[in-house]
Write a protein that binds this ligand. Sequence first.
Ligand SMILES: *Cc1c(COP(=O)(O)O)cnc(C)c1O
Length: 384
Amino acid sequence: MTRQVYMDHSATTPVDSLVVEAMLPYFSENFGNPSSLYTIGRQARRAIEESRQKVADLIGAKKEEIIFTGSGTESDNLAIKGIAYRNRKKGDHIITSSIEHHAVLHTCKYLETQGFKVTYLPVDKEGLVNPKDVEKAITPQTILITIMHANNELGTVQPIEEIGKIAKEKNIPLHTDAVQTAGKIPVNVDTLGVSLLSISAHKIYGPKGVGALYLRKGTFVEPQLHGGGHERNLRSSTENVPGIVGFGKACELAKGRLPDEERLAGLRDRLIKGILEIKDSYLNGHPVKRLPNNVNVRFSFIEGESMILNLDMKGVAASTGSACSSTSLEPSHVLMAIGLKPEEAHGSLRLTLGRGNTQEDVDYVVSVLPEIVNKLRMISPLAR
Ligand SMILES: *Cc1c(COP(=O)(O)O)cnc(C)c1O
């Protein structure tokens, strides 16, 4: 049988067996509605509050500052629309970057149709936002700065601390999408200087369909879902108890396993070194300010889609561009923003490592890739 190598952990991760175990009782045994006053309801409530503490602990927050949502996407929406609508009388200007996840980018685009003004800051060749550009973009009308902590395609880690200082000085709330960083590198809301921060369970070995928004005490957002007043009136919906319990467990495990990420950084560097031996291949993103699990490379004269399908035949799961745009043929907005040509963006490959990956996996990928690249270049109309 072909070796199976999953290297698309930035798209999603398998649920940890300890997480599954923690969740199971909350489906059929402890199925109570956390709003009910009787015993099984109160048990569910207690489980949610314990999870809230675990999520808070992963990012150095207070329990009361965590709002459970249905996803990272929803957290981003609540943060951005929530601040925008709440502060409409104060101002109408939002600052973001051109490489945000679609959950942020499309929310900002939507707000433009509602009369808000958005500045999309450029990034440099390595995918970094310049804090000075953030400072220059601020106007008296600015009500929110939202810049992601690390990019899901390039793995580039942004200077959020520096941006946080600027935001604090100007008294503007800073939101960061930390979906790709929480559990991979240390994330602390005070060190970062953020007022809002988004995370998602399924990127850290938790279940899909549950996320959280950190909302600093004293920061207020307009709710986007109205109903029974759950989550301090900020996110009505009967709580996803098993999901929330799984998320809490995943955060607890991630915190304990943070040192393991160094092992991944070693594998990452081995993978990059091995791949760059291939002629006409280049690293996308920053050489150092990079997530420990992210490899993004490009090969001249090659079409990413064909590369993914050929890797799949060898049992390797990877992605080209971002997972979210894998259904469209538009070149990735992130790769375009770092100045790549469309054909260079299309020739890019993202491999994201995770807990299950070994050195053997890395060596296997390094061994099958040259053959695939050569084969595709032979039939490529782009190659000379
Ligand atoms: C995956 C991802 C999201 C979306 O999270 P979901 O829980 O899948 O909605 C948002 N931002 C980034 C950076 C991501 O990688």
